[in-house]
Write a protein of this length. Structure first.
Length: 115
């Protein structure tokens, strides 16, 4: 934890540039000072078909951030703004770049170490 899932259309980010996007999100998450670096997980998921604004396969990027509860709204907003700003620098021609942060509830979270 945390998990950052970048959703995008199949042609928005070329396969040879995927690693740069993974690294950029990772670096912004580290810079937020909200997480231990070794705990940050970043993934990219491409969609073959999508619709944005009623148009099929329009370029978009949306990052879903899932983090353990306990951070302030201001810190979560700063994290989102930092990642969206970085992605906007990398993809200035993509009209739809966004992010949201959702909290995991500590009481219901389980991982292998908790077994």
């Amino acid at each position: 934890m945390p998990h950052f899932l970048l959703h995008t259309t199949k042609d928005t980010i070329s396969p040879e540039k995927e690693e740069a996007f993974l690294q950029a999100i990772h670096e912004e998450a580290v810079a937020s000072q909200l997480f231990a670096e070794q705990d940050i997980k970043v993934r990219i998921e491409r969609f073959e078909k999508s619709m944005v604004g009623g148009k099929v396969n329009q370029p978009f990027v949306h990052v879903f951030g899932y983090i353990m509860q306990g951070r302030t709204t201001e810190k979560k907003a700063a994290l989102s703004k930092g990642i969206v700003s970085k992605l906007n620098q990398m993809l200035p021609d993509v009209p739809s770049i966004a992010m949201n942060v959702s909290d995991f509830e500590a009481a219901t979270y389980c991982n292998k170490a908790k077994l």
